[in-house]
Design a protein around this ligand. Sequence first.
Ligand code: CA2
Length: 148
Amino acid sequence: MPVIHVLNGPNLNLLGTREPVTYGTTTLADIEARLQANASGRGAQIRFRQSNHEGDLVTWIQEAGAAGEPVILNAGAYTHTSIAIHDAIRGAGTQVVEVHLSNVHAREAFRHHSHISSVAAGVIVGFGALSYDLALEAILSGDFGKKS
Ligand code: CA2
């Protein structure tokens, strides 16, 4: 069964508990459950993880790359700061879909730049928890953004 990694960065463990106006009321566990159900109905399996530490995300991207498995990545604030995550995606050579709950382009200027977008297969922003489902749909429905 194909495995799709869903990796979540700092503070996303708080989802659904604070700042509902910006991030909604859905928890990360809710997102995981919905993705698992959706994926298993399509013959795929989700490996869902969250960390507040940049190095964990780098390691998990490397692991997905070594296994040749696709990644849905919400790197949280590291999106805007992390060259290490940019390099990991580049080196992993696997399909990475960048997702964001909020429309980062309608927010503060420091959220407008992503170090991930230039090495991602695609970017989905602003649809709340649905951003993850749209990313899953994109991965399951095509072979875009795969590297040889
Ligand atoms: O919109 C997104 O998905 C973000 O990746 C979320 C990050 C933010 O730094 C990015 O610019 C955009 C922040 C995640 C923090 O999540 C919280 C959830 C509830 C309460 C506090 C933080």
